[in-house]
Design a protein. Structure first.
Length: 266
C-alpha cells in the first residue's frame, strides 16, 4: 500500500526527511509519494484544496496531510476511512475535509491523539513525526483503523469553508483560491458556473479587481495569446484560472487568496 505526504514543511529543514524515516522504520518496503511540501505556511484551506484535487490521481492508500498551526493545542489528531477505501491521517482542522468529500465521505473515524502507534515521548511541536507518520505507517502495514485510536463520530470532524461564486446581473463574482509558483490564479468557478453569463470560449472577458479593469481572452491554453497577455482558462482541475502567458498574473493584478474578482463578457 502507498503512503502519500502533503505538508507545509518545505524542503529546507529536516522535517520531511524525518517523517520519511519514521515511516520506513515501521514499514521498510512502503512506497512514499510526496504530493507537495510547498503548501503556504499554516494555509489549511490551500492544503485541503490541493489534497482534494490530487487524491483522485493517486492509488488508493494511506494519505497523510500535515498543515497544523494549532499543533500542541487541544485539537485532535484523526485517521479516517473514506467511501472509496482511502485512509486519511492528519490534524482535525479541516485539512482532510475536502478530500473526504471528494472520495465518498467518511465511513469510520478515530481520534489518534493518544494512539498506541505514536512515538514516545511526543513533542508538543512535531506531531507529524511523533503521531501522524507512525500512525500512517502502521495503517499502511496492515494495522486496523478501529484499533488506531478512540472512536469518533464523523459529524464531529472539523471542516474547511470554501467561498462560493455568485452571479449578479450577468457578472460572475469569484474568489481566489490558490496562487501557484508561476503566479497563475485559480478561482472558485467551474465550467457550470459560467452558464448563462454570456462568457464563451474564444471571447474577451473583463476582469475587475480592486477597482482596476483588465481584458483577458477566454482560451484553452497559454499559446492562444501572445507572451505578456492575460488569459482565462480552465485549469488542470477544471476550475477557471487567470494567468499571463510567460508572466505572473497574481503579481500584476495584485491577487492573493480570498481576493474578489468580477468577470463579465465584453
Amino acid at each position: 500500500m502507498i503512503v502519500t505526504l502533503l505538508t507545509d514543511y518545505g524542503r529546507d529543514d529536516d522535517f520531511v526527511g524525518v517523517c520519511h524515516g519514521v515511516i520506513r522504520r515501521i514499514h521498510p518496503e512502503i512506497q512514499i509519494v510526496d504530493i507537495t511540501h510547498g503548501i503556504r505556511r499554516y494555509a489549511v484551506r490551500q492544503g485541503a484544496l490541493v489534497l482534494r484535487n490530487t487524491l483522485p490521481y493517486m492509488p488508493v492508500g494511506v494519505h497523510l496531510g500535515v498543515v497544523d498551526p494549532q499543533v500542541g493545542t487541544e485539537r485532535r489528531g484523526v485517521a479516517l476511512r473514506t467511501g472509496d477505501g482511502r485512509i486519511l491521517v492528519g490534524p482535525d482542522n479541516g485539512l482532510l475535509s475536502l478530500a473526504w468529500e471528494r472520495c465518498g465521505g467518511v465511513e469510520l473515524a478515530v481520534d489518534v491523539t493518544r494512539s498506541e502507534h505514536r512515538l514516545e515521548p511526543v513533542s508538543s511541536t512535531f506531531h507529524g513525526r511523533d503521531i501522524f507518520a507512525p500512525v500512517a505507517a502502521n495503517l499502511a502495514a496492515g494495522a486496523e483503523l478501529a484499533d488506531a485510536g478512540d472512536p469518533l463520530d464523523p459529524v464531529a470532524l472539523a471542516t474547511v469553508d470554501v467561498p462560493q461564486p455568485r452571479v449578479e446581473d450577468g457578472v460572475v463574482v469569484a474568489h481566489v483560491l490558490v496562487v501557484d509558483r508561476f503566479g497563475n490564479v485559480s478561482l472558485n468557478v467551474d465550467h457550470d458556473g459560467m452558464a448563462g453569463t454570456g462568457i464563451t470560449l474564444g471571447g474577451t472577458i473583463e476582469i475587475d479587481a480592486f477597482g482596476e479593469h483588465y481584458l483577458a481572452k477566454y482560451a484553452q491554453t497559454f499559446a492562444d495569446v501572445k507572451p505578456g497577455e492575460l488569459i482565462i482558462y480552465e485549469d488542470a482541475y477544471r476550475t477557471l484560472a487567470v494567468a499571463i502567458n510567460r508572466g505572473d498574473a497574481a503579481a500584476t493584478i495584485g491577487l492573493a487568496p480570498d481576493a474578489e474578482v468580477r468577470l463579465r463578457p465584453r
